[in-house]
Structure formats: C-alpha cells, structure tokens
Ligand binder design. Structure first.
Ligand code: ATP
Length: 513
C-alpha cells in the first residue's frame, strides 16, 4: 500500500514538474479539485481526445459529432431527472468533521471482502498448480463463499436502500459493519443526507429577470435535445450515433484523488440510437468495442475489468463500468449504459415536441432506445499517465525516469538536438524541424550535455530523439534514439518522417482494435 501511495505521489509531482498539470489558481493556494493542463498536458489531453474522436466518429459511417453549449434551458435538467435525483448520499464524521460519500464507504468495505476472497483464490492456485479449477473452488470453499456472499449481500442491501431513499438504513448498514472514518478510525457518524451535485448559476443582468441555470453535469443531454435536428439534417438512419466531447461540472462531495474526481472535468460521450428491443445487442457490442479501444493503447489487459452495476440509475436497464487499475486500485474509467427511451420520452413530455423517429423499413414511428458510452477524458489522462511513469535501473546501475506513453499520444513526437551549439549543427537541426513540423509536434533542444537532454525527453515521454553531429554535415545522416529501448540507429535525414510516422500514426494504433 505504501508503495502505491508513493507511486501516486510521484505521478502528481511529475505531472507538475514536467508541465503537464498544475493546481488551478495556485498563487491563491489553489481551488479544491480543479486543475489546469499545462504546456505538455494540453497536448497529451488533445491527443487522447483525437484518438477517441477518430475511432468513434470518423471511423464510423453512422456516427456524427456535435458540440452543444454548456448552458442549456433549465427545463432540460427537470426532464432528465437531475434536479430531483442527481444526488450523492453524504455522511459526516462528527469527530474528524470529514465528509464522505456513504455509498463509497460501503463499496470500499465490500471491496475489502472481495480482496480477501481473491487472496484465498491465489493461495489455492499456488497450492494446486495446473490442476486448479477456480470456478469449482469459488463455489465450494467455505471461506471464499462467505466473503463473496457477504459482499453481495451488502451491495444489494445498499442498492435497495438507496433506491427506496431509505437513508436511515444506509446509516444502519455503516454502523452494523462498524465502518470507521478511514483517516481517523472514528465511528461517530451523522445521519446520511442527499446532496445535489449540480452547480447553479444565473443568466441575465437584473435580479428579477434573471433565470436560474445549471452548469451541465453531463454532456449527454445536449445530444438528446438535438436528436431530431441531427437526424433530419444528417438524414441519419437508425442505428446511428451522436458523439461529443466537452466540459461537465459536478459539485463532488469528496474530491481528493487528483484528476480522478474533479469538479470541472471533460467527458467524451456517444449516444447510440437503436430500435426498441435491440438495445441489449448494441450494449454488448459497445462494451466490447470500447474495451478494445482501451486495449489498443497497450497499457496491459490485466489493468482493465468490467464491473456490472447492481444499482441502476433511474434511466438505465443495464449498465457496466470499464474499471482501470489506477495507482489507488481498480476504479471506474468509463461507463456503458443502456438508457432505454427514458431521456427522449422525458424531453418529449416536458417540451411538448415529438422526439420520434420514422423507421421506413418498419413503416412505423417510435421513440428510439439509447446505448451510451461515456468516458472521462481526465480519467483517461490519469490512466495513461500513471501507467506510463516508470523508474528504471539501467545496466550501469544508474536510474532513469521514463514516461512510456503510447507514442500515438505523446505530446512531442521527436526532439531534435544539435550535439554542440556551433559548427553549423544548430542550423541543420532547425532545418530538420522545419520539415518535420508539418506532420508532427517536434521540439528543439540545445541546452546541456546530450545525455541530460535525452533524460529530459524520456521524462516528457518523447518517443524519439534525433541528434545532429559533425558526420551529419558530411553525409546527411543523424542518430535516432528510441525512448523505450534507448537504442540508437544511424539513418538518413530523408528517412526520418517515415520512421516517426510508422511509430506514431493513429492508423497503426487503431488497427490493433
Ligand atoms: P463515479 O461513480 O466515479 O462518481 P459516475 O458513475 O458518476 O462516476 P458517470 O456519470 O457515468 O460517472 O460519468 C461518465 C464518466 O465521466 C465516468 O466514467 C468518469 O470517467 C467521468 N467522470 C464522472 N465524474 C467525474 C469527475 N468528478 N471527475 C472526472 N471525471 C469524472
């Protein structure tokens, strides 16, 4: 655990030191759970967004993009259910005065039971070796059955209580399980209360005519209210999707995990409109397709898992998370939700405008069902960044810090380094940059010894360093150094573009899906 905490601390400090992420308004001591993306962070974030957009929008004939406004008519949020139901159950500890999400305290307890069961399973696997049958062990071993049974029972009871708004029972559960404040160990809890996560603001100048607005807590509703506009003007035929990326805002109760849980964050969402009754087929399809998109980045299959929801949101008939192994354990990275026809029907009812589709094949009008994929761009950033940050011991015993980002996402694709600052080498390096910058984000660096420059680029995640030396002047060759293997090859300047391209092109990465 201590090691994990150290790793997470390294992630946060590396992100700051190398110009990826700063605390917002730092000179005023920052604003809690709000962050700014710095010169390198903004490039990495943009590359993740582009990688998503390419795969979701441009590679699908039947998915189109949208960029709807953050401000929406306030009735939108009545219709969507957010005004009445976008709440988190909060609980305060009377001694420490710390505030927690009651559901998260219970889920963490359940996860501990799960870990105990997994430990037993691993022990048995080691004992029985090849002959081990996990399925049989899990269904017959008394201890494992007890851990997993208890976990299930707890989560089901919580889901029931939250669904029926029985907050007293949520508190009773916390007390029965003897859950203590994770920071202080105190079990002196207040009642559980519901807390709405939407930020309110006002539109208009004078106090009497001002209109109460919300900052959108998800981008999805901008898609739903534009459903017919896009369908008609784009002559879209079901099944089809509308995708958008953009800011969303939530007044999170507990926001202590860097960019994992922010109050202002960015989502990448796609709503896929299907015939009623076909939603489960597409739900499965999108679960797999989205997992494959994540896997294409090569962060390791073992770092992902599905988590099927026991407690469904008011609009869903099936929901699963793709969880990622963050430095603080497996947590939600993306949600895949079968949202039924809830949203379109609600908007039809509240606006009085028909939100139906005429299916020419069936010769029939209906309200489409919706399957949503929703991933947090900042959580993707954290997943990629934390997984890529490595401390390596080299053959000569020295260490290096390297950010092994998937090269398709790296902020800078190549750094061009003149070996010395004279003899015409900088001029040649600049010429190389002039040529490469049309295709790639490239950097020039002439300060310090070349070894130190390599290390600086390693820490920034730059896949290639190109060094111009005296031989370059004679034969138009340079050395190209690979970030991960540190191998150096002598190549012709004219080959550089194709070497870099074959490593960083989205085409080659997305082909792996
Ligand atoms: P959680 O259970 O972690 O609060 P959620 O289930 O409320 O998340 P959704 O409403 O499904 O999240 O939102 C879709 C995605 O948006 C999430 O999978 C996550 O990646 C991202 N997201 C949600 N809330 C935040 C936040 N406060 N900060 C950063 N990303 C977020």
């Amino acid at each position: 655990m201590a090691k994990q905490e150290d790793l997470f601390k390294n992630v946060v400090s590396h992100a700051k030191e190398y110009g990826f992420i700063f605390q917002s308004s730092e000179i005023y001591d920052g604003l809690s759970a709000v962050y700014d993306y710095a010169q390198n962070g903004v490039e990495l974030k943009k590359n993740i967004r582009d990688y998503w957009w390419k795969s979701m929008v441009q590679m699908h004939e039947n998915i189109v993009g949208l960029d709807s406004a953050i401000f929406m008519h306030p009735t939108t949020w009545k219709a969507s259910g957010h005004v009445d139901a976008f709440n988190d159950p909060l609980i305060d500890n009377k001694d420490s005065k710390k505030r927690y999400r009651a559901d998260v305290l219970i889920e963490d307890y359940a996860e501990k039971l799960n870990q105990k069961a997994q430990k037993e399973i691993e022990k048995a696997r080691a004992r029985f070796g090849e002959a081990f049958n996990e399925q049989e062990f899990v269904t017959t071993n008394a201890r494992v059955m007890e851990y997993l049974g208890k976990k299930k029972e707890i989560l089901e009871r919580m889901a029931r209580s939250l669904e029926t708004e029985n907050l007293a029972d949520v508190k009773a559960l916390i007390e029965e399980l003897e859950i203590a404040d994770p920071e202080t160990g105190s079990k002196n809890w207040t009642e559980v209360r519901q807390f709405n996560l939407m930020f309110g603001t006002k539109l208009g100048a004078s106090a009497d005519s001002a209109m109460d607005l919300y900052l959108r807590p998800e981008t999805a509703q901008g898609i739903f209210v534009n459903f017919l506009n896009v369908q008609k003007t784009g002559r879209m035929k079901i099944p089809f999707g509308i995708a958008q990326t953009g800011k969303a805002f939530r007044n999170e109760i507990v926001a202590r995990q860097f960019i994992f849980r922010m109050r202002e964050f960015e989502q990448m969402e796609m709503q896929f409109f299907v015939r009623p009754g076909e939603e489960m087929k597409y739900y499965e399809y999108w679960k797999n397709t989205r997992l494959n998109w994540h896997l294409s980045l090569g962060l390791g299959k073992e770092n992902y898992r599905f988590h099927d929801h026991e407690k469904l949101a008011h609009y869903a008939n099936a929901a699963a998370d793709i969880e990622f192994n963050f430095p603080f354990g497996f947590k939600e990275l993306e949600g895949i939700h079968s949202r039924t026809d809830f949203d379109l029907k609600a908007h039809e009812q509240f606006s009085g405008k028909k939100m139906q589709y005429f299916d020419t094949e069936l010769n029939q009008n209906y309200t489409p069902y919706v399957v949503e994929t929703s991933v947090g761009l900042d959580r993707m950033f954290l997943a990629v960044f934390s997984n890529s940050l490595k401390e390596e011991t080299l053959e000569d015993g020295s260490t290096r810090t390297v950010l092994q980002l998937p090269s398709v996402l790296a902020p800078t694709k190549a750094a061009v380094l003149p070996l010395v600052k004279k003899d015409g080498l900088p001029e040649v390096a600049r010429q190389i940059i002039e040529d490469l910058k049309w295709d790639f984000n490239v950097a020039y660096d002439e300060k310090d010894a070349v070894g130190r420059r390599y290390r600086r680029q390693d820490a920034l995640g730059t896949p290639f360093c190109i060094t111009v030396d005296h031989q370059t002047l004679e034969d138009q060759t340079v050395t190209i150094r690979h970030r991960d293997s540190m191998q150096q090859d002598r190549v012709k300047i004219e080959e550089l573009r194709s070497i870099i391209n074959s490593e960083v092109s989205m085409r080659n990465w997305l082909m792996k899906m």
